[in-house]
Design a protein around this ligand. Structure first.
Ligand SMILES: [Zn+2]
Length: 61
């Protein structure tokens, strides 16, 4: 199962969708996106919990 996260699901007004083969790889992409697009340079425990809560399993493309 691949993992997917929609930025909008975290509460952002944003069409970004991250997809990766593992939660770890997905989080790396999300952290990079958050820094570049939203100026979030620190993933707080609260934000981390929010992000991991909205990660979903998707079928392999
Ligand atoms: Zn975003």
């Amino acid at each position: 199962m691949a993992k997917e996260l929609k930025c909008a699901d975290v509460g952002m007004d944003c069409g970004f969708v991250a997809r990766a083969e593992s939660t770890e790889a997905l989080l790396e992409k999300v952290v990079a996106h958050a820094a570049e697009e939203h100026g979030i340079d620190e993933i707080t425990p609260d934000l981390h919990a929010k992000v991991t809560a909205v990660i979903r399993d998707v079928p392999e493309a």
